[in-house]
Design a protein around this ligand. Structure first.
Ligand code: HEC
Length: 113
């Protein structure tokens, strides 16, 4: 009986997690995109364009590249690894996020004191 209660509680928790609606989270797209900042620069403005800046690039172009990286159609050194594990919808959100950023220079690193 006790075990069954725990199992039920776990199932209920799992179900609640399954119903998590990312679209309702206003930061969802940015959270996904922020994993790319390490290499592509904060907000996708890369330092001296290496790797390419994503900020302000065409959404459809970005999405096509991401799908091709993920599906192994565009050869890459590391991007095929980074694009793995995302759904089409998540990649579309990421592409849309970067497309909406105004292109510009990467922010200067804070001075070391
Ligand atoms: C570890 C560094 C690293 C991370 C993290 C990373 N990238 Fe990249 N990205 C690269 C490199 C390097 C290239 C050049 C292609 C290659 O050799 O893999 C590239 C290329 C790209 C391109 C092609 C750009 C063009 O102009 O054709 C896109 C789009 C892209 N990355 C998007 C992303 C997105 C979106 C993420 C986050 C999900 C991400 N990258 C995370 C390093 C990274």
């Amino acid at each position: 009986m006790h075990r069954a209660m725990i199992l039920l509680a776990l199932l209920a928790a799992g179900n609640a997690w399954g119903q998590y609606a990312p679209a309702a989270d206003p930061n969802y797209a940015r959270n996904l995109a922020s994993t790319c900042f390490t290499c592509h620069g904060t907000e996708g403005r890369s330092v001296d364009g290496v790797p390419p800046s994503l900020a302000g690039q065409n959404r459809d172009y970005l999405l096509k590249q991401l799908l091709e990286f993920r599906d192994g159609k565009r050869p890459a050194t590391i991007m095929h690894q980074h694009a793995k594990g995302y759904t089409d919808q998540q990649l579309a959100l990421i592409a849309g996020y970067f497309a909406a950023v105004t292109p510009g220079r990467a922010a200067a690193a804070p001075a070391v004191r």
